[in-house]
Design a protein around this ligand. Structure first.
Ligand code: NOJ
Length: 765
């Protein structure tokens, strides 16, 4: 659809496919100007100051956009702003019809008709829900993450969206912080690989394809290091942690072509991230060469006043703008102050043109100047959302995300000819919880519950005895609003106990409410809440064969379950196909191969706990008291990073290191020592034993998934390049130092075989 008004700035479609190169002479250097640059510069030259500032202003939808603005002043003002080109982007405009209408308001009424870019939090699916990101990371499978992001993009784009505020790539070590659910866990290498895969999935090869959307690398930076795990809290990290732990996934996102970045609410190293010119300008834009734009987090500019970093919104705007924050999300800081600051010379015109060009460039790459309406297609939306193909992909990803944490006496997989089975627990027949938090446009109660999955799997062969046992929460479920846990109502216990008694095996579905993790959901206590432990004890007394099906968005401290349950299956919040995926694993139609992307602690006091820590000067028990330990808890986690069982077993042997042209080839023999075929995530770790700045005791540097039939052995090979051996110094320079390294291979970060090698080549980076 194209408007006929002659002031519109559409480029003929054929031009989009032609790269017209202008050769300009600058002294003796020839500079090539791409069609994109030419277009952006030309448009910029036609814009008024007010229109430029408008491009940097993002507002949330104030009404449902499927009709005119309601008759209130606020909405009316927004409608006027949209019509006059004073808004460059909107978030939370839902659906093809609404996005079409909002876009029309702008394109058909504003002087230059510059299209809006629509953003939304599509975190793990748009309507077909995939596992929450932490769960999906447990697949350790970049291909699957790319697949799920690409389907989320197809659905979002069909609903008129151009841009998702994902992936979140905050490396998270603190399970108290509820937003670990949105990331890829505690490891910078795994997070880098998986975040880059998600970026590729959302954006595809060509941003202008109507099945792709722009990604947003967030939250830049350090948000997950909130002190004491409390959301929005101050972050105070060393340069080493900043460069070696926090930033690598963000750098990987630039390399993968992420179109946008979102900064974060926190103060980092004394400066609010939103006004942090070192990370936004010096690193991201200058050093890494990022070409897209940076959006603030929701009013994070305004929040600088509460941080004590600005006395008013104008000063906050000035600081954020100077520091490289291009677009203002719902902060009204730029809308209210930037024009005047430019006019008075308080803000830099060069920065303004740069910020606006960045926004226009991404709109150009999305093809919005060619056809601003092409994403909003109600028919495509209808045919795409929750399509059978999308659900099939969700099932595939869900199965691979499940982690088997315990399996005593090989109680799993279950036999399909059991006479009876009890399905118990507050989450057992919950069709909503598996959709998780940050669920975009998911339809409430649209997931397959565990009970439904079991019924579909075994038909009438087995008697299923279902009992809820108790409610987990007493509050209404929702994104906002306090959660209150049921600590009193045990009236369902007798039915649960009776169901357990008359069944051969009990499946007990417990864990977290789906809104218990996510934004604003920090917890000081990460054990099981409400009456769940009590229910477990009661059921266990009635029937000792209890298989726990955990649903949760963060690592939980569950030593009691580890001690007393017969088996534990970690299923996170698996999305639309949850029940089918879990049943496939419980009954052995899919052998689990997921591995934890985050360490599970034994108790709250151990948190933050992570595998790649620095050694202390007193690491081991040299005497009883004076070494680095707790007097009331072991140092060991409940389940280490990278951990996960299978229905078969694997052994590791013969680790060798051989130099080649690029570095080292490290290999080890992996054997399937069990009875069934299985897939193992083979993990490679190194330790730089002595360095100018001490390095962690282990660092993941590679992983491979291998499939083995019973008795089969495979030599698994990794290339360790020189680049894998280095680290960032305190100035952010990458250095490789010669010396002795350990290299370790295994199926988790704890159980590893090891050898050493000497690296003595001159650095060649
Ligand atoms: C605040 C969150 O921190 C951010 O992740 C999200 O994208 C925005 N709100 C928009 O909803």
């Amino acid at each position: 659809m194209r408007t006929s008004k002659d002031t519109r700035l559409f480029i003929p479609s054929t031009l989009l496919f032609l790269l017209i190169i202008f050769i300009q002479s600058c002294g003796s250097t020839q500079v090539e100007v791409s069609e994109e640059d030419r277009f952006v510069n030309e448009l910029l030259s036609k814009m008024t100051l007010e229109e430029k500032v408008g491009q940097l202003h993002q507002i949330t939808s104030q009404w449902n956009m499927t009709g005119p603005a309601p008759n209130n002043e606020y909405a009316k003002a927004h409608e006027e702003n949209l019509k006059s080109g004073r808004v460059g982007s909107m978030l939370n405009v839902i659906g093809a019809e609404a996005t079409l209408n909002a876009q029309k308001l702008v394109v058909e009424n504003s002087r230059l008709g510059i299209p809006l870019i629509f953003g939304y939090d599509v975190i793990h699916g748009y309507q077909t829900m995939f596992p929450v990101p932490l769960g999906e990371a447990a697949s350790w499978d970049p291909g699957l993450l790319e697949l799920s992001a690409s389907i989320a993009a197809v659905e979002s784009a069909a609903a008129g969206l151009h841009w998702t505020f994902a992936p979140m790539m905050d490396v998270g070590r603190d399970a108290r912080w509820g937003r670990v659910m949105e990331g890829a866990g505690e490891d910078p290498y795994l997070s880098s690989v998986l975040s880059a895969a998600r970026v590729r999935g959302f954006q595809g090869e060509d941003l202008s394809d109507k099945n792709t959307i722009a990604a947003c690398a967030k939250h830049f930076a350090g948000y997950a290091f909130a002190e004491s795990g409390k959301d929005y809290n101050t972050v105070d990290v060393s340069n080493s942690t900043l460069h070696n732990v926090i930033l690598p996934p963000f750098k990987a996102a630039t390399e993968a072509g992420a179109a946008t970045y979102m900064n974060s609410f926190n103060i980092i190293q004394g400066v609010p991230a939103t006004a942090n010119s070192y990370i936004q300008r010096d690193l991201l834009k200058d050093k890494w060469g990022f070409e897209g734009f940076v959006v603030s987090d929701w009013n994070s500019i305004g929040e600088m006043i509460d941080h004590g970093a600005a006395q008013d919104l104008k000063e906050a705007a000035s600081k954020a703008f100077a520091a490289g924050n291009d677009m203002d999300m719902e902060g009204y800081a730029y809308a209210n102050h930037l024009q005047q600051m430019i006019e008075s010379g308080e803000a830099d015109t060069g920065y303004l043109d740069e910020a606006v060009s960045r926004v226009l460039r991404i709109k150009y790459r999305l093809g919005l100047f060619e056809d601003p309406y092409k994403y909003s297609d109600t028919l495509r939306e209808k045919n795409t959302l929750l399509s059978p193909g999308n659900r099939a992909a969700a099932l595939k990803v869900a199965r691979e995300s499940i982690v088997l944490l315990k399996n005593e006496n090989s109680i799993l997989p279950l036999k399909k000819d059991l006479k009876s089975i009890a399905v118990i627990g507050p989450l057992a027949d919950d069709k909503d919880a598996p959709l998780g938090n940050w669920r975009a446009s998911a339809i409430s109660n649209s997931a397959v519950s565990l009970l439904e999955g079991i019924k579909a799997k075994i038909g009438d062969n087995t008697q299923i005895n279902y009992a809820k046992g108790c409610d987990l929460v007493t509050s209404e479920r929702g994104f906002a609003g306090e959660i209150s846990f049921n600590t009193e109502d045990r009236s369902g216990f007798p039915e649960a106990i009776a169901a357990a008694k008359k069944s051969e095996i009990v499946l007990l579905a417990i864990g977290e409410d789906c809104y218990q993790s996510g934004e604003g959901r920090s917890q000081a206590n990460i054990g099981l809440r409400g009456l769940q432990l009590e229910l477990f004890e009661a059921v266990k007394k009635a029937n000792p064969n209890v298989v726990i099906v955990l649903m949760n968005g963060r690592p939980l401290a569950i030593p009691e379950l580890d001690e007393e349950a017969t088996a534990i299956l970690e299923t996170w919040f698996l999305g639309s196909e949850s029940g089918h995926a879990i049943a496939d694993v419980l009954y052995g139609d899919h052998n689990p191969s997921g591995k934890l992307p985050m360490t599970f602690p034994r108790s709250n006091g151990q948190v933050p706990i992570y595998y790649n820590y620095l050694s202390t000067g007193r690491p081991g028990p040299k005497n009883e008291v004076f070494w680095s330990h707790y007097t009331d808890e072991t140092n060991d986690p409940l389940y280490p990073f990278g951990y996960g069982l299978s229905y078969t077993t694997f052994s590791y042997d013969k680790i060798t290191v051989n130099p080649n042209d690029n570095g080292m080839i490290v290999s080890a023999m992996v054997t399937n020592t069990g009875e069934v075929q299985g897939t193992e995530v083979v993990q490679l770790y190194i330790r730089d034993l002595v360095a100018s700045l001490p390095r962690p005791v282990k660092e993941l540097k590679g992983f491979k998934k291998v499939q083995l039939i019973p008795g089969e052995s495979k030599m698994v090979e990794f290339t360790l390049s020189e680049e894998n051996l280095g680290y960032y110094d305190n100035d952010g320079n990458y250095v490789v130092e010669p010396g002795l390294f350990s290299v370790m291979i295994g199926g988790n970060s704890r159980d590893l075989i090891k050898t050493n090698f000497e690296w003595n080549k001159a650095p060649n980076l």
